[in-house]
Design a protein around this ligand. Structure first.
Ligand code: NAI
Length: 319
């Protein structure tokens, strides 16, 4: 096992937002991180001052406004991006494209200049399009490494685990449901047939759970009634993904998470499956494995939608 480094620098872009603040707290608690940089357009000095009083050794600094973006990024090993607007009731993730596409593009341009070798975890929606945008930006800058750009889909796995544990009376700590495809509506495909520990689902149960997982984000958006989308569960999920990336970087073996990445697993250039995280990022993109006829039907449908979302991102970045 090659241990490259045990203490990492992490930058959060959009750190003063709903996800950003909770995520920053969780990252400040992570012993793998020694240096935490919080960047946003406003309010990061306050968030950083607040967090700096907690009793962990991790150093935390606030960076505010475009002038300080590069300083926030310089030397970062991992950049987590939850910057942008969240959904309100009645909106799809794609409705956020008009605002968030440009935000992700501009933040990634800065990453290519200040930390071209960092791993990038993209949370900003629509992830199905923002990951292709980020990738095009890195390609244009001549520093694209497909192993280093991740769409964060961990919340779909977290939700699936919760719903399956509830439905089957299992201990949540034991449950693992892989989720493949993308991160929006029907592009979210939980592979219930691959649930660990092995569970049997009736056709009706599988359908109910699948549709609930696909719409779980909307459940939260509606419950928040205009106050935004998932922030706390998202921060939890993003902290889990960030930790997996850092454990992989440190040389720890057998670190796996599902993520939406550049992929040869299907005919689509980006696709979420399990990924083995290692010293160079997504060291191995794992195959889909055996699936049921029901899951194969969804897979065929989701590919059509995902193809359009990918193309939209690529076109935007190259316009
Ligand atoms: P929020 O509105 O509470 O926070 C967003 C933050 O981004 C704000 O502090 C804002 O100032 C900042 N921001 C905007 N433009 C920026 C820029 N150019 N540079 C730096 N910071 C900038 O929103 P929330 O709830 O934190 O959601 C953030 C994003 O995460 C949304 O796009 C949302 O759709 C997405 N999301 C993704 C999920 C996933 O599973 N991948 C789940 C939930 C939300």
């Amino acid at each position: 096992m090659t241990v490259t480094k045990s203490q990492y620098s992490v930058a959060v872009l959009g750190a003063a937002g709903g996800i950003g603040q909770s995520l920053s707290l969780l990252l400040k608690m992570n012993p793998l991180i020694s240096d935490l940089r919080l960047y946003d357009l406003a309010n990061t000095p306050g968030v950083a001052a607040d967090l700096s009083h907690t009793n962990t050794t991790c150093q935390v600094r606030g960076f505010m406004g475009a002038d300080q973006l590069k300083d926030a990024l310089k030397g970062a090993d991992l950049v987590v991006i939850p910057a942008g607007v969240p959904r309100k009731p009645g909106m799809t993730r794609d409705d956020l494209f008009a605002i968030n596409a440009g935000i992700v593009r501009d933040l990634c341009v800065a990453c290519t200049e200040a930390c071209p070798n960092a791993l990038i975890n993209i949370i900003s929606n629509p992830v199905n399009s923002t990951v292709p945008i980020a990738s095009e930006v890195f390609k244009k800058a001549g520093c694209y490494d497909p192993k280093k750009i991740f769409g964060v889909t961990t919340l779909d796995i977290v939700r699936s685990n919760t719903f399956v544990a509830e439905a089957k009376g299992l201990d949540i700590n034991d449950v693992d449901v892989p989720v493949i495809g993308g991160h929006a509506g029907i592009t979210i495909l939980p592979l219930l047939s691959q649930t660990y520990p092995k569970c049997d689902f009736t056709a009706e149960e599988a359908d109910k759970l699948t549709v609930r997982i696909q719409n779980a984000g909307t459940e939260v958006v509606e419950a928040k009634a205009g106050a935004g989308s998932a922030t706390l569960s998202m921060a939890y999920a993003a902290a889990r993904m960030a930790e997996a990336c850092l454990r992989g970087l440190s040389g720890e073996p057998d670190v796996y998470e599902c993520s939406y990445v550049a992929s040869n697993i299907t005919e689509l250039p980006y696709f979420a499956t399990k990924v083995r995280l290692g010293p160079s990022g997504a060291d191995e993109v794992m195959p889909i494995g055996d699936i049921t006829e029901y899951e194969a039907d969804w897979l065929a449908k989701l590919k059509v939608e995902l193809t359009g979302s990918i193309q939209k991102g690529v076109d935007f970045a190259n316009q």
